[in-house]
Design a protein around this ligand. Sequence first.
Ligand code: TPP
Length: 537
Amino acid sequence: MERRLVSGDEAVAAAAFDGGVHLGTGYPGTPSTEILENFSRLGGRAQWAPNEKVALEVGLGAAYGGARALVTMKHVGVNVAADPLFTAAYTGVSGALVVISADDPGMASSQNEQDNRHYALAAGLPMLEPSDSQEAYDLALAAFELSAQFRIPVILRMTTRVCHGKSIVQRRAPVTVKAPAFERDIAGRVMIPAFARPAHRKLRAKLAEIQAWAEASPLNVQVKGDRKLGIVTAGVTARHAREAVPGASFLELKTIYPLPLEKIRAFAASVERCLVVEEGDPFLADRFRAAGIAVEAKAEAFRFGELNVDRVRRIVARDSSPEPVLPKGKPPALCEACPYHPVFASLRKLDCIVAGDIGCYTLGVAPPYQGLDTCVAMGASLGVGLGLRHVLPEKDARRVVSIIGDSTFIHTGVNGLIEMVYNPPATGHVLIVLDNGTTAMTGQQEHAGTGRSLDHDQAGKVSIEGLGRAVGVKNVDVVDPIEDPAGFEKLLVDRLGRSELSMIVSRRACILAAADIRKWDKAIADKCGGCAGGADV
Ligand SMILES: Cc1ncc(C[n+]2csc(CCOP(=O)(O)OP(=O)(O)O)c2C)c(N)n1
């Protein structure tokens, strides 16, 4: 098998392909996006779901059907998928299900740096974590085996450096897996309390078995070195730590949950000073201490941001002196020819209170517009805008606008749309959907509103304005803000003046994606004999 220099994301895609995955699904999110794109390129069946919860449910259904399923998302996506995730731990699976949680310590491109190792503990799901691309490949394959053996979903936790960093990977021969087939298991899959109570006990028994497996697993790497310093570490931090203090003893954990506590206890007892070096929260150190293993944890300052070789050296030296401040890079900004400019210009001119959302348009917060007043989570612009409208004095309530991108609207904005119709504020509300025909921020992925599949072929198409009309929004308009910026502003002024529900779809293709979109739509039209692409549903 050839050896290739690949990213961790590419390595997981290769493992999914070689591991016989029948279906890959997910929702884009840095640093996880490239996994499904590469899985598709390799010939795997991959598709984008409207959001992470749906992706997980589709993957779970496939795994109930005896298939091997891969579900990918970034760390905050796991929050969206958490509801089915926790109960999936009870039901287990028939085939295999691996969920990728791609965490972003340091927030290279995220709104928070939550440490998703806590999810494994909270949900009671096994978690593995690689430190480079070869391990991403090996552990992804191991995760499918573990999932199939114990009939439980397995989380493969990755972080930005592992997802996007490249190292050599040697692939293995593809495995042959069983064809999907349905086995009825009503008590095991229908989680009414009568069935869920025994399912919870079964889960705990499974976890005890998996803990025993972890204790003996060759996946965890032990390196004998100087007895004076033993370092327990995991993820990419293991690579930094091995470089920072090459002579020390190491226990590199790959099985993050359940933890091989007896192995760790023995390791800690075998060294004079046992230091836990981990990125993010003191997850491992807390677990070890709860198990009565005496370890030293890093200082609180190292909870924040990514670790690197220099920071690991500081942790080892208990150095709390101020860290060097890196020069600021050029902040991201809206492209010069971005179709969002006229929208932000009007919002600023009209002094709107803007409940914003997550996407390229979040960059409207930068000067000259400073055009967002809130940005919390995907889909939140609707609810937050409505909450503001409910409580502000009328004069200010009338200034509130929610803005959301097309992909984000499909993701969870539709739920807020329903709330808007169900509990309309007395002053009405104005929603602007910025439809640039793509999920621009994460690298131009398709979504249910584009009418194109993950690999840009024809797919079903959900009409954004159709959704607005269907749920009962009174005024629904579609405008092109580049072709007619004055018309856009006039419409906005009119809608802000009404005590009604209004939805303005500001439709103009992303400047970076426009040429590709034309090409894909033409290819679809040529194939289907001149139709306009995906059928509106
Ligand atoms: C729960 C969650 N999933 C995924 C992401 C990653 N993400 C950030 S913005 C975005 C969508 C952006 O697309 P769109 O709303 O169409 O706006 P655009 O970038 O095209 O302006 C995604 C998927 C996230 N921040 N949170």
